[in-house]
Write a protein that binds this ligand. Structure first.
Ligand code: NCD
Length: 334
C-alpha cells in the first residue's frame, strides 16, 4: 500500500501536488512548521523514486545543470551518501565539502562559509552541523533552498520522512499506530523530528528511556513518557530504537553500557510484549549489544533497518525535486 489512510487535506485544489501554494516552503529545516498534508505530499512524491531506484537505469535528469553542495560539519555515512546518490540520480552536479580540510578549521565563521557557498551559485545546499540552529543561520544567508541533514539535538527532517515512508509502506498506514521511540531521546534529533512527524500523521507516540535521557515537558508534544521499558513497549506496532549518543553526553547519564542494555536494550523477550507483527527500526549507526541485539536487528521478519536506508534515498530525491521546482521553472511553481 502506498498511501496513508490518514488523509490530511491540502488547501484548495483537492490535494493535487502542483504549485508553490501546495508546498509553501523554500527550505526543509525541520518537521516543525510543516502541515500534515505537506508531509504526505513528500511521502507520496517519494514513492515514484522507490520504483526508479529499484529499476535498472536509476536515472532521471530533472536536476541537470544544478549544483548541489553537501556541507557536513559532523560525521555521517548513510545520510551523506544518501543525499549524494539522490542528487546524482536526479542529474545534479553534487559536490561534498570536506569540512576537515575546509577553512572552518582556519577559523572562518559559519556565515562566511554560507556566503562563500552562495557566491558559487549553489542551487541546493545540504547541511549537517553539530549546533542546533546552525542550518537556519545558513538558510537566512543564501539564495537557494537549504536542507537540514541534522542540526545538533534539534531536527533531522529527512530521517523522520524516511521513517514515516518505511512505516506507511510496511503497515499500510501511520494513523492510529502505537510507536515506541526508545533510548537516548534527550540527545536525539531523530527522536524530535519523528515525534513531530508521527504525531502530525495521527500516530500515538510513546517515549521510553532512563529518566536521565528523557527530556522534560514532552507531554506538551502529545506523547507519553515511560521509564519502564516493558510497560512502554506493551502493544506497540512500531519499536524505534535510538543510538546512545555518547559524543553529546557530558557526565554520567547511564551507570554502564551493561546495565543500560539490561534495562533498555531490545531483546526477544521485550519485543514479545509489543504487537506480534511489530516493526523494529533504527536510524543507524547501531551499537549492537547495547540498544539492540543482533538477532533482532538482522531478522528481516521484524527489522526494517535496511529498508529505512533504501527509503532514505527516495525521500531525499523527493525533497530535492520539490524544493527546486520554483528554480527550475516548473509550471505553477513560484
Ligand atoms: C542519526 C543522526 O545522525 O542523527 N543517524 C542518521 O542520520 N542516520 C542518529 C545517530 O547518529 O544516532
Amino acid at each position: 500500500m502506498t498511501s496513508s489512510s490518514h488523509t490530511p487535506s491540502a488547501p484548495s485544489s483537492g490535494g493535487a501536488i502542483s504549485g508553490r501554494a501546495l508546498f509553501p516552503h523554500k527550505h526543509l529545516l525541520g518537521i516543525g512548521g510543516m502541515a500534515p498534508w505537506q508531509i504526505q505530499c513528500l511521502l507520496d512524491e517519494a514513492e515514484q523514486w522507490v520504483d526508479l531506484n529499484r529499476s535498472k537505469t536509476k536515472h532521471d535528469d530533472r536536476l541537470m545543470g544544478m549544483t548541489q553542495i553537501n556541507a557536513f560539519f559532523e560525521n555521517s555515512t548513510r545520510t551523506l551518501l544518501s543525499f549524494e546518490i539522490a542528487g546524482k540520480r536526479l542529474g545534479a552536479d553534487v559536490v561534498n565539502m570536506q569540512v576537515a580540510q575546509s577553512s572552518t578549521k582556519k577559523g572562518e565563521t559559519l556565515i562566511d562559509t554560507a556566503v562563500t557557498l552562495n557566491a558559487m551559485r549553489a542551487d541546493l545546499i545540504v547541511i549537517r552541523h553539530q549546533h542546533s540552529g546552525a542550518v537556519q543561520l545558513i538558510a537566512d544567508k543564501v539564495d537557494c533552498p537549504v536542507l537540514n541533514a541534522g542540526d545538533g539535538r534539534h531536527e533531522h527532517p529527512t530521517q523522520a520522512l524516511l521513517d514515516a515512508l518505511t512505516i506507511r509502506r510496511r503497515k499500510g498506514r501511520i494513523d492510529g499506530l502505537r510507536v515506541a521511540i526508545c533510548g537516548d531521546v534527550l540527545h536525539s534529533r531523530v527522536a524530535r523530528s519523528n515525534i513531530l512527524c508521527l504525531t502530525a500523521m495521527g500516530a500515538e507516540v510513546r517515549l521510553i528511556g532512563p529518566p536521565t535521557l528523557l527530556p522534560e515537558g514532552m507531554e506538551q508534544l502529545g506523547v507519553q513518557s515511560f521509564t519502564n521499558f516493558d510497560k512502554g513497549i506493551a502493544g506497540a506496532h512500531v519499536v524505534m530504537m535510538l543510538r546512545l549518543q555518547t559524543e553529546r553526553m557530558e557526565g554520567g547519564f547511564i551507570p554502564s553500557l551493561k546495565e543500560y542494555h539490561a534495562l533498555y536494550g531490545l531483546n526477544r523477550e521485550r519485543l514479545a510484549l509489543a504487537e506480534t507483527d511489530a516493526l523494529v527500526m533504527h536510524p543507524g549507526p547501531m551499537n549492537r549489544g547495547v540498544e539492540i541485539t543482533s538477532d533482532i536487528a538482522d531478522d528481516p521478519a521484524c527489522s526494517a533497518i535496511t529498508e529505512q536506508v533504501e527509503m532514505g534515498v527516495a525521500v531525499r530525491m523527493a525533497c530535492l525535486d520539490v524544493l527546486t521546482r520554483g528554480r527550475r521553472g516548473v509550471e505553477g511553481w513560484a
